[in-house]
Design a protein around this ligand. Structure first.
Ligand code: GTQ
Length: 348
């Protein structure tokens, strides 16, 4: 696999040409390209500044309504994967905008979605019959095949980041989608219902799990942030991550979603991480403070709401120029289930 491909000659090339119409290909001519000694990706490191994305969404707001667009979203498309609507090889990223009074109509699809809230005074989403209001930094999930619609009851535009497993589902040819008959699904549960049932370190006695996704669908920033702040005093910094916590499914302690894993991490002012690489290409979102990510030695400076991508098996070093909080998501849960996930700490 690491040896060079055999050199072609006229006879071999003629043979390849002859077998191609028979839907045959010589493995030895492509082996090194399909079984690589380490991950080789078209996904490239890239950063989007929030101010610019936000301005473009305001422009889009004058062009199309949420109703007509179904979802008014600008896709953050990786420049190494142009034309594919992908942020990484397996995951999608977009920024969605809902103007005051608008509704993004109810639909459902087999793709799982996460929202990371960027600006919201009055934004809400309804998932499976319960509505939750959204605030800055909330991590909100929409499980596969659950009805969901979004809206904005406030006076200012609402923005959030969408992370979906669209490319992964596309790769598996497992996409189904449908619209709901009405613009909004009926709300059948009071606000806070799922948090009361599943979010108090308790579960209804005879609750039987129905889906591979967490029943909690809004992980409030205030609580996640408080956990990081409480742990800061312990001074137990991971050399590669600072203080990094993952969002879990309270039913089993696993990831909140079966295909996408999400984390929140704190890097104190002046902290500089050890080099790190892993097979899960990761989308990072600045939440608080400022920092710099050196990806394979190239610096990407980020601030609140900026988005940047670390591709698979690219070395990253994080530096916090002030107390900093980062949200991130990747396909790590899928890779772990398949026995593929790997990491390397330090620069061995
Ligand atoms: O809010 O349901 O960015 O279905 C892409 C597809 C958001 C959504 C996206 C979607 C949604």
């Amino acid at each position: 696999m690491t040896r060079d491909a055999p050199t072609d000659n006229v006879e071999r090339q003629a043979f390849y040409d002859a077998i191609e119409p028979e839907n045959l290909r010589a493995l030895w001519s492509v082996m090194g390209a399909i079984i690589t000694p380490q991950p080789r990706s078209d996904c490239v490191p890239v950063k989007w500044g929030y101010t610019q994305v936000r301005e473009r969404l305001i422009e889009a707001g004058a062009l199309i309504s949420a109703r007509e667009a179904e979802r008014r979203v600008l896709i953050l498309e990786n420049p190494g994967l142009r034309g594919t609507s992908k942020a990484t090889t397996s995951l999608y990223c977009g920024v969605q905008c809902v103007m005051p009074g608008e509704v993004a109509p109810a639909h459902r699809h087999t793709q799982s979605a996460l929202r990371f809230v960027l600006e919201s005074e009055g934004g809400y989403t309804s998932v499976g019959g319960e509505r939750t209001d959204m605030h800055y930094g909330d991590f909100v999930i929409t499980p596969s095949w659950e009805w969901h619609d979004h809206g904005n009851t406030g006076d200012a535009p609402v923005f959030w980041l969408d992370g979906l497993d669209i490319p992964l589902v596309q790769f598996l040819d497992a996409s189904f989608a449908e619209g709901y008959a009405d613009e909004r699904q009926p709300v059948t549960a009071p606000p806070g219902d799922t948090l009361a049932r599943y979010g108090a370190n308790m579960l209804p006695l005879d609750y039987a799990r129905a889906a591979p996704t967490s029943p909690i669908f809004n992980y409030r920033y205030a609580r996640s942030r408080e956990a990081l702040e409480s742990l800061r005093a312990r001074d137990e910094w991971d050399p590669c991550h600072g203080l990094k916590m993952r969002y879990v499914n309270p039913l089993d302690g696993g990831w909140a979603m079966p295909t996408i894993g999400a984390c929140l991490q704190l890097l104190p002012e002046g902290f500089s991480t050890q080099p790190y690489r892993s097979t899960d290409a990761t989308v990072f979102v600045g939440v608080e403070g400022r920092g710099r990510a050196a990806i394979e030695g190239h610096p990407y400076a980020w601030g609140p709401r900026d988005v940047f991508i670390v591709p698979s098996w690219h070395e990253v070093v994080h530096e916090a120029t002030e107390d900093a909080v980062l949200f991130s998501y990747s396909d790590r849960p899928a890779q772990e289930k398949l026995g593929l996930w790997r990491e390397r700490r330090g620069n061995r």
